[in-house]
Design a protein around this ligand. Structure first.
Ligand SMILES: NC(=O)c1ccc[n+]([C@@H]2O[C@H](COP(=O)([O-])OP(=O)(O)OC[C@H]3O[C@@H](n4cnc5c(N)ncnc54)[C@H](O)[C@@H]3O)[C@@H](O)[C@H]2O)c1
Length: 300
């Protein structure tokens, strides 16, 4: 297939590009390099085409996307804390930029598989969370992802094929410095022989899913006969942030104790995916268990 990956120089996008290359697809990466890095793509640079471009620019996008059979849309501004202070920018990139992809899909007929997020659920009343759970984001970033889902529903009703994957907490090497998820932040501290910093009491639970598994979920969604819908991409297994910190300290062999600070605004308390629907409809299941995935960060 001729595919385009927006945000392909970013953390998850680059895992996806590598998998697509492995399966011999012809890949064009579109990324503004706002946060992504060419380094993330270095093993496959001679096998892909790269275009530095902002997804808000629909005219330039049109030229690239019109020739594609499918578009994986990963580009977004992704930092929850930053989204409180840059709400307009988050809306412009995450919502207007995403609508540009949907508009072009309706013009040219390609299928879109895009990155939604478990943040659309906010703090759920019940776990595990299935796809019919109420959507009530608790931060501006999550709101942009919910606005995208409303757009996906609108364009789906117009006959456009759009699948939204609600990623839970994705981890793996290559996450971007200060905007990274909790695992990368803990690893960065350990690398400097500093303790992991826990915001809150550490009893908040997360569903961590490995980036390569997320990449494979995207490919499964693109290749499936399913045309529309939203699907959870997680493992269904939960880990507390406290347990995560201890596991990483244990693997590192360092003698450190986690440091506790006050909770972060907009941080969800609990998160756990119900992946029944994804397994059944997309025939996808995670492969990497957390401890094995964490060991991939070592030696530091
Ligand atoms: N990492 C997670 O745990 C997680 C969880 C849920 C959903 N997601 C979603 O997955 C997708 C990928 O996230 P990530 O963790 O790889 O983040 P990332 O920041 O590493 O990747 C996003 C990429 O988009 C690019 N980008 C940003 N603005 C752009 C613009 N205007 N035009 C073109 N490119 C632009 C960035 O340069 C970057 O390469 C995002 O849509 C994110 O919201 C991530």
């Amino acid at each position: 297939m001729n595919v385009v990956v927006t945000g392909g120089a970013g953390f998850i996008g680059s895992y996806l590009v590598k998998q697509l290359v492995k399966f011999n697809h012809s890949v064009v990466v579109v990324d503004s390099l706002y946060r992504g890095k060419m380094d993330n793509l270095s093993p496959v640079l001679d096998k892909i085409k790269f275009r530095q471009l902002d997804i808000r620019n629909i005219d330039e996008l049109r030229d690239i996307l019109k020739k594609s059979d499918g578009v994986f849309h990963e580009a977004a501004l992704t930092d929850v804390q930053e989204s409180f202070t840059k709400q307009k920018e988050y809306h412009d990139v995450n919502v207007i930029g995403t609508e540009n992809i949907f508009k072009l899909a309706s013009e040219f007929g390609f299928k879109v598989v895009y990155a939604s997020s478990s943040s659309v659920y906010g703090d759920p009343d019940m776990i595990p969370i299935n796809e019919n759970s109420e959507r009530k984001p608790i931060n501006p970033y999550g709101q942009t992802k919910l606005d995208d889902e409303f757009l996906a529903e609108k364009y789906s009703k117009m006959g456009v094929s759009i699948i939204g994957l609600r990623y839970f907490n994705v981890y793996g090497k290559g996450q971007t410095g200060s905007y990274a998820g909790v695992i990368t932040k803990f690893i960065n501290n350990l690398r400097e022989r500093k303790p992991p910093v826990i915001f809150g009491d550490g009893t908040q639970i997360r569903d961590f899913v490995y980036a390569e598994d997320v990449a494979l979920a995207n490919i499964a969604a693109m290749q499936s006969d399913v045309k529309n819908g939203f699907f959870n991409v997680g493992t269904g297994i939960t880990t507390s942030v406290k347990k995560l910190a201890q596991t990483l300290i244990d693997i590192s062999g360092l003698s450190l104790e986690p440091e506790y600070q006050k909770p972060l605004e907009g941080d969800v308390r609990v998160s756990q995916a119900d992946i029944t629907l994804t397994k059944k409809m997309l025939n996808w299941e995670y492969k990497m268990n957390l401890e094995e995935g964490l060991r991939k960060f070592f030696p530091l």
